[in-house]
Design a protein around this ligand. Structure first.
Ligand SMILES: O=C(O)CCC(=O)C(=O)O
Length: 244
């Protein structure tokens, strides 16, 4: 609450980490570098992960992370942007930003709680995420200086959970190896999430998700009527239409 982030070291078992890394590598096959400076022209990104969750499921639903996100946003929330990121050698530091900056909300509204899962060790040399501790409480006109930043150094299998108001950026990868991460935003249920998960996942894809992931895909109504389809809870609608 005070610093705007917490590092949860070594949350994954060796088996879970190895499976997640293998899944990441499978998804990254044939993926080209991004075509813009913000994402990074030496960075590969994979989106639409809810239609190919695979070995990422234990990361997306990890109870320690889920508890923190629920504490910050309440029981009902949804994924915002969700992507696999591979920061390749030579990728320079990303532009500093805070994720909730996409919403025209006052700075004191906590609209997002986000997670970066380290699939490789995050080091000062390979572009560990840079954060400005406490910056989630800064006024709207304050920007971080170099002295405000620290790297999120953590071993593979760890996660950093942080406020969507925290200033941060991917660091400069000066190493010889790729730095892979699973980045998972969670937003309040009445906001439009950055990614369109329902369209990307499709009706059959949504049905095949676990109930928890389906809720996080945006199926849980924000409140009665808010998010309904055909006048009812989309969870009921999805299952009723199987029977039709
Ligand atoms: O990869 C990272 O360390 C952070 C990436 C990030 O903040 C973003 O792309 O929005």
């Amino acid at each position: 609450m005070e610093n705007g982030y917490v590092i949860l070291p070594r949350l994954l078992s060796d088996e879970e980490l190895a499976a997640a890394v293998q899944h990441a590598d499978d998804l990254l096959k044939g993926v080209a570098w991004s075509d813009n400076d913000f994402d990074g022209r030496r960075t590969r990104r994979v989106y639409e992960l809810l239609s190919r969750v695979g070995a990422f499921e234990p990361l997306l639903t990890h109870p320690r992370v889920r508890a923190l996100v629920t504490e910050g946003l309440g029981e009902v929330h949804q994924f915002g942007m969700l992507f696999l990121s591979a920061v390749d050698p030579g990728q320079g530091a990303q532009a500093l930003h805070f994720d909730a900056g996409v919403y025209p909300l006052p700075r004191d509204v906590e609209a997002e709680i986000n997670v970066i899962w380290a699939l490789d060790d995050f080091t000062t040399g390979n572009g560990a995420t840079l954060i400005a501790p406490g910056s989630h409480r800064w006024p709207a006109d304050r920007r971080p200086s170099r002295d405000d930043l620290i790297p999120v150094v953590m071993p593979a299998g760890s996660a950093v959970v942080y406020s969507g108001r925290l200033w941060h950026a991917a660091g400069h990868n000066r190493s010889e190896a790729t730095r892979r991460a699973l980045i998972c935003e969670h937003v309040l249920p009445w906001l439009r999430p950055a990614d369109n998960h329902t369209l990307a996942t499709g009706i059959e894809g949504l049905r095949s998700l676990s109930p928890e992931l389906r809720r996080l895909a945006g199926i849980a109504p924000a409140s009665p009527y808010h998010g309904f389809i055909g006048g009812q809870d989309p969870e009921k609608w999805l299952h009723r239409s199987i029977l039709d």
